[in-house]
Design a protein around this ligand. Sequence first.
Ligand code: ATP
Length: 237
Amino acid sequence: RRLPAAIEVDRLVKVYKQTRAVDGISFSLSRGSITGLLGGNGAGKTTTIAMIMGLVLPTSGKVTVLGHRMPEESADVLGRMNFESPYVDMPMRLTVRQNLTIFGKLYAVSDLKARIARLAEDLDLNEFLDRANGKLSAGQKTRVALAKALINEPELLLLDEPTASLDPDTADWVRAHLETYRRDNGATILLASHNMLEVERLCDRVIIMKRGRIEDDDTPDAIMARYNRSTLEEVFL
Ligand code: ATP
């Protein structure tokens, strides 16, 4: 039997008072894919991701995650997904280990100590595992945020601009780690981004959003061939 798609979005709409933030989008992501949701400010990327997570209620349309309707059946899937966002802060006074323990308990991770030890090894956290989160450098915080996002070994990972405001080396490191995680776990990744180059390097599919709609949906190569610098800039207007 074929597994249901990782994410299925069908004629999804979100209207705020003045704004059609998401204006009737449909797509289906197969398991194990990495897809970039690309668009400028206000294109509707964050709202789309929030609806997929079941945090924002659609005005109309349908979201299915790992075969379950969102948000009605979110209890069945939230433990199998995770997300990373610069907007999710962790308590600054607690150590990295304490923070990861809290999130691990939230996700009911079995054998949490072993999981944290494994992540500390993979993400090179050992040197500062017992340091307060507030005392970390930006690069270290990024690694901790990634550890938090992977604490429950999610089948589905949603990321909102994972490498925005990172230095190029750290950004490369994050991309490489996401690629490895996808390869080793067959996980599905959806990431919102402003940055075509980031998406081109990492993703096997690019969905371009503009003013709440899907403007294009193709492989990075096809997208790069179709747009030149100025038409790509238009996407971001
Ligand atoms: P950015 O890259 O700037 O985060 P985005 O593509 O993620 O942009 P959204 O944050 O989804 O875009 O916003 C889409 C539109 O919906 C914008 O015009 C925004 O102002 C509006 N919007 C988003 N959230 C709300 C809200 N809670 N109330 C009212 N309007 C909202």
